[in-house]
Design a protein around this ligand. Structure first.
Ligand SMILES: [Zn+2]
Length: 98
């Protein structure tokens, strides 16, 4: 993966317009294809991608306890309740769960 700073530098050089994509590629050490992808806006900006809605999720662990949400004997946090919450959120956003 290319560092976000390099991508930014390539964007700046492209915006200045003084250098060809080939020269920018040589200067920054990435392939011409990558420079072209950045120029055409085809390369996703990984650095600014927001983490998904489940980024704060911690995997279940520890001894099974009674879940206050669904009443099942589960390792907390309860996976079933977590998935139900996601489904509920998507339903409210009007997205199908497929
Ligand atoms: Zn539960």
């Amino acid at each position: 993966m290319i560092a976000a700073a390099v991508v930014r530098e390539i964007r700046d050089l492209l915006a200045e317009g003084g250098l060809s994509q080939r020269k920018i590629a040589g200067q920054t050490g990435v392939s011409r294809g990558t420079v072209n992808a950045i120029a055409r806006g085809k390369r996703p900006d990984y650095a600014t991608r927001r983490p998904g809605p489940d980024a704060d999720f911690t995997p279940p662990g520890g001894p099974p306890t009674r879940c206050p949400g669904c009443g099942g004997m589960v390792q907390m946090p309860c996976l079933l309740c977590h998935v139900r919450a996601i489904k509920q959120r998507r339903r409210l956003q009007g997205r199908s769960f497929r």
